[in-house]
Design a protein around this ligand. Structure first.
Ligand SMILES: *Cc1c(COP(=O)(O)O)cnc(C)c1O
Length: 377
């Protein structure tokens, strides 16, 4: 090493720290509220950007055996990671080109339309031991799912029903974060009515926010996602039991002293109002720091809040470290998320889900594992 090596050791690559122990604690806390309902964990989009396999293994260790992904490819990756005993549902349904992956990885398609029902029944009739399915009813969101008239038709077609071999009947809430929204009760009523048209099957309606709507919404399974990852799910956060799990940490790459009147960053969108000390930090929008945080957002340096100045660029963000009390040095760590997901999603004019999934696509991921009573992995 050169004689400069007394600099603190650091890498230019940012780190996304994922607290798996807290994910497990969030699971346990949500399970407590859900009572006897099972938990089907939403681990789509790489577990909201945090890593589907390590997250699912952690949840499996906590007793979770049902997982929801969006696509067959996500399902296959999860199957390879969690082994043969987990039920893996593919929310976006069965598509002809995914047939081989669905059957090969023993994935369970969610049936969202009569077309999907007919298609999958034709597949299931040709294979030994076809996988169970879930029937998804659209109770008013007008996203995926069978209409109420489709449900009546499906209920009448015994041969179609038995070819599909449904294990669950489910629907999805549009307005669950707002407990007062009449849409919740409307969907609950429609869900019950639709389910009554079908052979008796276990039911599932609630996502994370739906869990907080109370027992009538829990049925036999709840499907939390954001709550497992510590994101606020409802308009009344005080009632919520989960805590943040993800922290983006990036190194200071350079420290500069600039004079009042000098510009900072692309398009010179920031002009120094005074002499400043700025830190150039090694994380940008490619790592999940939103461009919309430019000149608005904050980060944390030694427990102190520092402002983002200038436009966030692809790999770099500049913060105002003029008033920072502790050392501002190359290799020092700046934190972009953690507890701040909620305030930042407001200042970035987005939702916490979007910030979370975009986090850390390029980062080194540092998983904090639960310590006790874990299966080996
Ligand atoms: C994503 C999703 C969930 C999980 O929702 P959260 O709000 O993250 O708890 C549950 N059900 C369906 C159908 C989904 O698409």
């Amino acid at each position: 090493m050169s004689d400069h090596s007394y600099q603190p050791s650091y890498s230019t690559r940012p780190t996304l720290r994922v607290d798996l122990a807290q994910i497990r604690a969030n699971y346990d806390a949500l399970k407590e509220i859900a009572g006897t309902a099972k938990i089907g964990a939403s681990v789509k989009a790489d577990a909201y950007g945090l890593g589907a396999v390590p997250v699912a293994k952690t949840l499996y260790g906590a007793g979770c055996r049902i997982f929801f992904v969006a696509t067959a490819g996500e399902g296959k990756m999860l199957r390879d990671g969690v082994g043969p005993n987990a039920a893996i549902y593919v929310l976006n349904g069965p598509a002809p080109r995914d047939k081989g992956v669905l059957l090969g990885a023993k994935l369970k398609p969610v049936i969202n339309s009569l077309e999907q029902a007919q298609y999958w029944a034709s597949v299931a009739r040709t294979v030994n031991e076809p996988p169970y399915t879930a029937i998804h009813i659209d109770t008013g969101m007008n996203r995926l799912g069978l209409s109420l008239t489709d449900v009546v038709e499906l209920g009448r077609d015994k041969s179609l029903w038995s070819a599909l071999n449904p294990e669950w009947v489910m629907s999805h809430l549009a307005c669950a974060p707002d407990a007062e929204n009449p849409m919740n009760k409307t969907q609950l009523k429609r869900f019950r009515k639709a389910a009554a048209q079908l052979p008796l099957t276990p039911l599932s309606l609630a996502n994370t926010a739906g869990i907080y709507l109370g027992k009538p919404y829990h049925f036999q399974m709840v499907r939390p996602g954001i709550g497992l990852y510590g994101g606020v799910a409802t308009n009344t956060p005080a009632q919520e039991v989960s805590k943040p799990v993800a922290t983006l940490m990036a190194p200071i790459l350079q420290v500069k002293y600039i004079q009042a009147g000098e510009p900072i960053g692309y398009n010179s969108t920031y002009i120094a109002p005074r002499d400043m000390r700025i830190a150039i930090v090694g994380a940008g929008y490619a790592d999940g720091v939103p461009v919309s945080e430019s000149n608005r957002g904050t980060a944390i340096l030694h427990d102190e809040e520092v402002k983002i100045v200038g436009r966030v660029s692809m790999d770099l963000t500049i913060v105002d470290a003029t008033d920072a009390n502790l050392a501002v040095e190359v290799g020092g760590v700046v934190i972009f998320r953690g507890e701040h997901l909620e305030t930042e999603s407001k200042s970035a004019k987005t939702i916490n889900y979007e910030l979370l999934v975009r986090l850390g696509q390029r980062c080194r991921r540092d998983y904090w594992k639960p310590k006790k009573k874990e299966p080996e992995y």
